[in-house]
Design a protein around this ligand. Structure first.
Ligand SMILES: [Fe+2]
Ligand SMILES: [Fe+2]
Length: 475
């Protein structure tokens, strides 16, 4: 079960060859996927040999294999964690019943929507990142970008498999539409707004993989609890791959900070103008990027009060983060949760029924998790003997979804006037000139072992390769 059949056109561990209809449908989707990859995948990279990991098993011990591959020849496939025949539904109205191996008719529309929404983010991020290879700060970073890209492609496969296998013709239509929407396109955009934003430079990329891929982690964790067992099993394996994406983000930002601090100490200055002249990214600019990516990402969890969230939970479609570890009744009908409300010019907490606040619960879990890495970034600054500290903004800052979308809030949580917001916006979010400056640093560094001036080398190579390893061969 754990081993993946690589002799087939579509590598899989779901005995695809035993279901000819499904196999044929997916084999028809496959060339469309490859066309999408060639149109919207990493720019100009088709012929490169990239040192990638490929899943060869879903066994947590040794699931991946490393080697140079041309990306269009990457073995995208369908990998689910093994089924547990004794698994029971462990939350919501169906608690205690057997998990579903098929889609219950009454939940079909909601499950389809959940799977499509998750699936849509995967190709979206590849589209958002498609030009970054042209300005990679090193071969190591270029390889990491491509690794993230091929795995997001695989996550799309994971969702399309579910759509094809369990949703018939509707599922096949959704599978086709996933290759048709385009990030940032006006008439046919990706479903969620953060996936229509640009990822124009590598600082944005690292922030995106730290913050936005972590949203992915929390959504996948919630889906890994699902009563629809194939969804739970596929998202569990996706989480194994996802960890690397967040590592790329956390270590990437950390290396930018490390390099900036080094130059701050060499020049004995914290003057952004002087640091910029020396070709590194000043810490206040890093803070503004952080503010942007954090606030855009926490919108992804949806409205603070949502009857859909309540329905998804009660019907057993989507659990909470670490549902199994929580010591409550897993029904939540009599519980409440605090959400923020605007009253006059202040934010006040209000108790609302927990079931309706489950988006907020997941958002708060996410916030706790994302603060951890920011503290590790601060350790780098502290170690350099510099007083500056990074901070995630208040969760009401720069929001576009839910109650908080109606109010202007400073990063410190003060409700501010429109006038103050407009006067301070360039201190709080990256300005045109911040973005232009960061863009001006982006130049391609592809000599093995060399790194752009604005970022420190990593502590260790991928798969313990030496510093000057040729992660990408251009041919
Ligand atoms: Fe993903
Ligand atoms: Fe990811």
């Amino acid at each position: 079960m754990a081993n993946i059949d690589y002799s087939e056109k579509i590598p899989n561990n779901v005995r695809l060859s035993e279901d000819r209809t499904l196999q044929r449908a997916l084999e028809q989707w496959q060339p469309n996927y490859l066309n999408w990859w060639s149109d919207m995948g990493p720019d100009g990279s088709q012929g490169f040999d990239v040192y990638l990991r490929t899943a060869v098993s879903v066994d947590p011990q040794g699931w991946a294999q490393f080697g140079h591959v041309k990306m269009p020849e990457y073995r995208w496939g369908i990998f689910l964690n093994p089924a547990d025949p004794a698994r029971k539904i462990h939350f919501g109205d169906h608690m205690g019943e057997n998990v579903w191996q098929d889609v219950p008719g009454e939940y079909r529309a909601n499950l389809r929507r959940i799977i499509v929404t998750q699936g849509d983010t995967e190709p979206a991020s590849v589209e958002q990142q498609r030009h970054l290879g042209l300005t990679a700060p090193s071969l190591y970073d270029l390889r990491n970008l491509f690794q993230v890209n091929v795995e997001e492609g695989r996550h799309l496969w994971a969702m399309v498999y579910l759509l094809h296998k369990y949703f018939g013709r509707d599922g096949r239509e959704e599978g086709a539409a996933l290759l048709e929407r385009r990030s940032g396109q006006q008439d046919n955009p990706r479903i969620l707004q953060a996936f229509n934003e640009e990822t124009p430079d590598w600082l944005s990329f690292f922030m995106f993989t730290y913050f936005t891929d972590r949203d992915g982690k929390f959504q996948l964790c919630a889906l890994a609890e699902s009563s629809f067992d194939p969804l739970a099993r596929t998202t569990k394996f996706m989480l194994t791959e996802e960890a690397h994406h967040m590592f790329v983000g956390e270590s990437g930002v950390s290396r930018v900070i490390q390099r900036t601090c080094q130059v701050m100490n060499e020049l004995r200055t914290d003057d952004p103008a002087k640091l910029r002249a020396a070709g590194v990214i000043d810490l206040p600019t890093i803070q503004r990027y952080l503010n942007f990516h954090f606030s855009v990402t926490i919108d992804l969890f949806g409205a603070d009060q949502s009857s859909n969230a309540a329905t998804f939970y009660s019907t057993g479609l989507k659990g909470r983060y670490e549902e199994g570890k929580r010591a409550d009744d897993h029904m939540l009908k009599h519980d409440s949760y605090k959400v923020l409300q605007v009253r006059g010019d202040a934010l006040v907490e209000q108790e609302v029924p927990m079931l309706n606040a489950l988006n907020e619960v997941l958002r708060d879990d996410y916030i706790k998790d994302s603060v951890g890495g920011v503290e590790r970034w601060n350790k780098v600054i502290e170690k350099a003997g510099i007083a500056f500290r990074l901070k995630v903004p208040h969760k009401a800052f720069h929001r576009s979804i839910g109650t908080l979308a109606d109010v202007k809030v400073a990063p410190d949580g003060r409700v501010v006037s429109e006038a103050e917001w407009n006067a301070k916006i360039n201190d709080w979010l990256p300005s045109q000139s911040d973005r232009a400056f960061v863009a001006s640093l982006m130049g391609r560094v592809v000599e093995p072992g060399r790194f752009a001036n604005w970022i420190a080398p990593p502590v260790m190579g991928i798969n313990r390769q030496p510093a000057d390893f040729e992660y990408v061969r251009f041919n």
